[in-house]
Design a protein. Structure first.
Length: 126
């Protein structure tokens, strides 16, 4: 059995954490903004966390003579539910060579092996 090789971190990004502890991915938010397939499930998830439903808010804005886009609703809904934006430093990446001992020795891994991370990351809220 060989140990995994630590290859550093993936891409750092800012994530949106919902009050129930789940993450609203950038892709899920884009589905709502663009009205793509799957947007209804994302909207239902936010409504379950006590955001006002999109049709209700669109009707309210229409009565006031204003337009409300799905993207604007998303920002309002995230504020209503108390979502937090947190900077994520990227996921740790590991690789495990496979095969017999000779093959593992000859098998190149395309990234530089780094020392294993020992400390935990501090939480950073934006």
């Amino acid at each position: 059995m060989t140990r995994g090789r630590y290859l550093g971190r993936g891409t750092a990004r800012t994530i949106t954490i919902l009050p129930d502890g789940t993450v609203l991915t950038d892709r899920a938010a884009q589905k709502v903004r663009a009205g793509e397939r799957g947007a209804a499930g994302v909207r239902a998830r936010l409504v379950a966390l006590r955001a006002r439903p999109l049709p209700e808010m669109v009707a309210e804005y229409a009565r006031a003579g204003m337009d409300l886009t799905p993207g604007e609703w998303l920002e309002l809904a995230l504020a209503q539910v108390g979502a937090r934006r947190v900077r994520h430093r990227g996921c740790h990446r590991f690789a495990w060579p496979v095969g017999d001992r000779g093959w593992r020795r000859r098998c190149p891994i395309g990234l530089v092996e780094l020392p294993y991370p020992l400390a935990t990351d501090p939480a950073v809220t934006l």
